[in-house]
Design a protein around this ligand. Structure first.
Ligand SMILES: Cc1ncc(COP(=O)(O)O)c(C=O)c1O
Length: 300
């Protein structure tokens, strides 16, 4: 499903480093680390009238990713929240919005990889857009397995939510070429890791399974679903799962902030049912309770 330009986003205000800029002036330097080496970390956030879904967990992941990458000056949660609040207020956004939150290592004094060339501090970007959920969660999505393997900690730990997204973009290109919605990525042992931009779950005989988070992003929506199943006394296991197990599942769904919970109705041309009662009850429970995970931005 290809996103389209939303006229409501023409006159956005974007926060960069310490202030807001109109959309056409919202730019980073050619010396910025994200341009030089994809050297940045990011989060996707969803805005509801009640607040931002799992905000604290997203900010923790952003800060931890930046710490792993040895960023010198990581902004506090309070600073980031203030920047988000300023941006949402400037755009009059209280719902139906998505925020792309990025922290780059900042500008370099000259081009090069070395973080010692970064001498002017990190750069926080808050890009908030009017954006509905990216998938049609009634009809579901079709996916194809790709030859592009998802990174394991041996190469680049998938627990770092970094902007070096080429691993996933190559998988997405393969899905595009095949005319499918997303690329399914395997790990280095051939087990299912995740889709190029969301995590995967499957249901079989009343049990829910999801791959270990060894070679996938430990998604925050994934964690919400795991905790939700625990609360509902639904058996759930993290396990190595093969493509064959997914293809023969009673139901498969993807999870992520951009699309929330999305049935996967086809893998490599094989149909996957989307009427499994357990899967349907998880999807409907999620929709009913998602707003209870929203955290408001404070007024001070
Ligand atoms: C590769 C990948 N997997 C999964 C997800 C879903 O993560 P979350 O549920 O935290 O949005 C994302 C979201 O950014 C992602 O980029």
């Amino acid at each position: 499903m290809l996103q389209t330009f939303n006229e409501k986003n023409r006159n956005l205000q974007v926060f960069i480093k310490d202030r807001l800029y109109p959309r056409e002036a919202a730019k980073v330097s050619v010396f910025d680390s994200v341009v030089q080496g994809g050297d940045a970390v990011w989060e996707g956030l969803r805005v509801y009238p009640e607040g931002i879904v799992c905000l604290d967990a997203h900010l923790t992941r952003l800060q931890e990713s930046a710490k792993t990458l040895a960023f010198a000056d990581i902004p506090s949660k309070e600073t980031i929240k203030k920047a988000i609040k300023t941006t949402l207020e400037a755009n009059g956004m209280t719902t139906d919005s998505h925020i792309r939150l990025t922290l780059t290592r900042g500008e370099k004094i000259t081009s090069g990889m070395d973080p010692r060339l970064n001498q002017s501090g990190s750069c926080l970007i808050v890009l908030a857009e009017w954006k509905p959920l990216v998938y049609d969660n009634d009809s579901g999505i079709k996916v194809i397995s790709t030859s592009q393997r998802r990174n394991t900690p041996q190469f680049l730990d998938s627990k770092i939510h970094h902007n070096n997204l080429l691993n996933n973009i190559l998988a997405k290109i393969q899905a595009n070429v095949a005319g499918k919605d997303a690329g399914l990525m395997l790990d280095d042992h051939g087990f299912v890791a995740e889709l190029n931009g969301s995590n995967l779950f499957m249901v079989k005989s009343g049990v829910v399974y999801t791959p270990h988070a060894h070679a996938c992003l430990p998604g925050i929506t994934r964690k919400t679903v795991i905790e939700m199943c625990e609360k509902l006394n639904t058996p759930l296991f993290e396990k190595n799962l093969s493509l064959s197990e997914f293809i023969n599942a009673d139901g498969v769904f993807a999870t992520g902030t951009m699309g929330e919970l999305t049935p996967v109705v086809e893998i490599d041309g094989r149909s996957i049912p989307k009427d499994d009662s357990l899967m349907k009850s998880i999807l409907s429970h999620f929709s009913k309770t998602i707003r209870s995970y929203c955290e408001p931005l404070s007024n001070d």
